[in-house]
Structure formats: C-alpha cells, structure tokens
Write a protein that binds this ligand. Structure first.
Ligand code: SF4
Ligand code: F3S
Length: 104
C-alpha cells in the first residue's frame, strides 16, 4: 500500500485524488490519508504529488504515517474529486515539522 506522509500537511494539492483508480483518499482539515485496505498498490499517485508526500510502505521509517493513514481513513470522509489547493500551499511545501505545528 501507499502512504501519505506529513509533507502533505497544508499543501493538499489533491493531484493524487484525481488519479487514484479506487478513490481511496480520505480528507482531514490539513492533509489527506490513504485507506490501506482499499489501496491496490498501483503507484500512480506517487509521482503526481508536487510535495512528494506519498511513499510506498516498503520504505523504512514510515511506521508513524502508516498508523496515521489507517486510523484517520476510518474516521475522515472519502474524497473522490480534486479541489483547488489552499492558496498558501506552496509556502508550506518542504517545510519541516509540519505535523507538530499544524496537525489537528
Ligand atoms: Fe490510489 Fe494507487 Fe495511490 Fe493506492 S497507489 S492510493 S490505489 S493511486
Ligand atoms: Fe497531499 Fe500530495 Fe495529494 S500534497 S493532497 S498527497 S497531491
């Protein structure tokens, strides 16, 4: 499965949503997550994300984000169509410590 990491926070470009063939993205206030039991591991979302926020769970060190994706995809609403990114999305691209600063 693929995992959305903290690089998505306050960027929310949503290009990922547009390409996912199984609509397995879920939306929180500041970021999206992937439902790991619905993702078919096709990988098409990974290169589409301008913030490079999406990674395959085969990479090491992603435990925190794997847990977060599983937990919140069960709570947040499903998102099936792309909207505009926040106006200040580019200002938050590549910013450090976004989870601590903004996640709610
Ligand atoms: Fe959707 Fe494929 Fe990305 Fe999984 S890997 S979230 S199925 S686009
Ligand atoms: Fe987030 Fe990247 Fe999608 S910033 S909303 S994971 S395109």
């Amino acid at each position: 499965t693929y995992v959305v990491t903290d690089a998505c926070i306050r960027c929310k470009y949503m290009d990922c949503v547009e390409v996912c063939p199984v609509d397995c993205f879920y939306e929180g206030e500041n970021m999206l997550v992937i439902n790991p039991s619905e993702c078919i591991d096709c990988g098409v979302c990974e290169p589409e994300c301008p913030a490079e926020a999406i990674l395959p769970d085969t990479e090491s060190g992603l435990e925190q984000w794997m847990e977060l994706n599983a937990k919140y995809s069960a709570e947040w609403p499903n998102l099936t169509s792309k909207r505009d990114a926040p106006e200040d999305a580019d200002e938050h691209k590549g910013e450090d410590g976004k989870f601590e600063k903004y996640f709610s």
